[in-house]
Each structure stands twice: as structure tokens, then as C-alpha cells.
Write a protein that binds this ligand. Structure first.
Ligand code: NDP
Ligand code: 8X3
Length: 250
């Protein structure tokens, strides 16, 4: 029987690459994001490989999130795999200089958005006593770096929520794990630096991870046998040793 996965943040980067990887393996897809045009383009590309449904909503909008997931047609109502991926960093500033809007965005999207989506999906997994949730954390969820303050806090929260989910959902046989990447070359830096020139320099001088590298790891995690749960993975590019140590060539 084909499985169905709901992926948040499927319009670019890691989420989009995971959609392609899952489609290759015949997993039915519910693709979520705010950019409708991109959702439509990806749906068109992947419909040749699998069944695809799109949901256009902002994860930080509680009512819209619950409404969107509630609106799923019968064919897509049973969600076997949830990939909580939507999120971004907004800004990189010392704690006293950070923008309140950036802080709100990171906590509302990376933390509360993940909770809202999970709240909408978990009851059916619990009722079926099966399901798999993968939260996309970050190396920033394991280590705080200069000026990373609130982004790091949001990703530390993702890790704590992952552990909490794993404990609370353990009686129901639901797998819960986190994949925590280091530097991945996506639109992430463009969002963080709001299109500033600095965004282009983030991945210069070393080979960063590609979104596909993480997508393949996510597929590996969801394709393990029923008794195996990959609980927590930290994935760096070879050039990276920690959040602040990256071997670069000029
Ligand atoms: P991208 O910017 O390429 O993708 C972010 C995705 O999140 C987009 O699809 C975007 O879709 C979606 N998204 C953002 N805000 C919202 C929102 N309010 N509501 C719904 N969807 C939203 O970045 P990445 O692929 O790199 O990031 C994916 C995840 O990986 C994030 O959680 C990020 O923190 C994490 N991560 C990234 C790393 C990196 O170096 N790139 C390293 C470690 C972790 P849309 O704009 O269409 O809504
Ligand atoms: C993304 C990795 O180091 O840019 O979560 O915070 S980092």
C-alpha cells in the first residue's frame, strides 16, 4: 500500500528536494507552502510519478493551518509521514539589536507553526497507532553561535519538541525523529539576509550541503523497517566542523 507524506515548506530547498525524492519512490504527496505558483509547478512535475495534492497556507496562522489540513480530500486524509520542514532564519544580529519582527517570525513559524501542523496531524496517527514524524531541526538547535540567539533558540525548541513528541507518542507506536543539518545551500540565506548581497557569500569558499543530500537522508529515515527509528541526526558538509568552524578556500 502506498504511503502518503505531508511536507511543509515544499516550495524550495530541503522540502522541495524531499518531495522529488519521495515521488521517485512512489510516496503520495501533500505539498504545503505559501507560494502557490511554485506549488503548482512542483505538482505538475511530480504528478507523472505519484499522486500530489497541494495546500497553500502560512504555518504561523493557526486557524488557516488547521483549516487547510482539515480540508484534505478523502484520498489524502490518511497521513503516514509528516515532515515538519517549513522555517527559516530571519536576521543575524546581537541580542540587543535584533528586530522584533524577525524574532516573531522565527518563533511563530519555526516553533508554533510546527506545533500547529503537528496538532492537526497527530490525532489520526494516534488513532491508527502508526505514523512517522520527522522534524527538521538544525546544528543551530544543538549549538548556539554568535548572533544566532533567537534562531538557535527556535531550533533548540524544535529539538525539545521532537523529544517530547517521541515520549508522548511512544505508546502509540509512532516514530519521531529530527534531522539537523549544518550549512545547506538553499534560499535560506536569501531569506535570512532579506536579499542583501551578503546572502550570496554564505556558501562561498567551501562545498555546502545540497538540499538533495538532506532529502536522501530523510528518505533513508522513512524507509527503515518498522522496528527502526532514527531519533536524531546531525549532518554537516565535510568542510564544516561546528557552527563557527568551516574550512574555506579563498
Ligand atoms: P528555504 O528558504 O529554501 O525553504 C524554506 C521553506 O519553508 C519554503 O518552502 C517556504 O515556503 C517555507 N516557509 C517559510 N515560512 C513559511 C510559513 N510562514 N508558512 C509556510 N511555509 C513557510 O530553506 P531551507 O530549505 O534551507 O529550510 C528548510 C528547513 O531547514 C528550515 O526549517 C530551516 O530552518 C532548516 N535548516 C536549513 C539549513 C540551511 O543551511 N539551509 C540548515 C539547517 C536547518 P513559502 O515561502 O512558499 O511559504
Ligand atoms: C541553518 C544552519 O548555521 O545557518 O540552520 O544556522 S545555520
Amino acid at each position: 500500500m502506498k504511503k502518503t507524506a505531508l511536507i511543509t515548506g515544499a516550495t524550495s530547498g530541503i522540502g522541495e528536494a524531499t518531495a522529488y525524492e519521495f515521488a521517485k519512490h512512489g510516496i503520495n504527496l501533500i505539498l504545503c507552502g505559501r507560494r502557490t505558483e511554485r506549488l503548482n509547478t512542483i505538482q505538475k512535475a511530480l504528478e507523472r510519478l505519484t499522486h500530489v495534492h497541494t495546500l497553500n497556507f502560512d504555518v504561523s496562522d493557526r486557524a488557516k493551518t488547521l483549516e487547510a489540513i482539515e480540508s484534505l480530500p478523502d484520498d489524502f486524509k490518511t497521513i503516514d509521514i509528516l515532515i515538519n520542514n517549513a522555517g527559516n532564519a530571519h536576521g543575524l544580529d546581537p541580542i540587543d539589536e535584533g528586530s522584533l519582527d524577525d524574532w516573531d517570525a522565527m518563533m511563530d513559524i519555526n516553533v508554533k507553526g510546527l506545533l500547529y501542523v503537528s496538532k492537526a496531524v497527530i490525532p489520526q496517527m494516534k488513532a491508527r497507532e502508526s505514523g512517522h514524524i520527522i522534524n527538521i531541526g538544525s546544528s543551530a538547535g544543538k549549538e548556539v553561535y554568535p548572533k544566532g540567539n533567537v534562531y538557535c533558540a527556535s531550533k533548540h525548541a524544535v529539538l525539545a519538541i521532537t523529544e517530547g513528541m517521541r515520549i508522548d507518542l511512544n505508546p502509540y507506536g509512532i516514530k519521531v525523529g529530527a534531522v539537523n543539518p549544518g550549512l545547506v545551500e538553499t534560499e535560506f540565506s536569501k531569506v535570512r539576509f532579506k536579499g542583501d548581497d551578503i546572502a550570496d557569500s554564505v556558501y562561498k569558499g567551501f562545498e555546502a550541503l545540497k538540499a538533495k543530500d538532506i532529502a536522501e537522508i530523510i528518505y533513508f529515515a522513512v524507509s527503515r523497517p518498522p522496528h527502526v527509528n532514527i531519533a536524531d541526526l546531525l549532518v554537516f558538509p565535510t568542510a564544516q566542523a561546528s557552527s563557527t568552524i568551516v574550512k574555506k578556500i579563498n
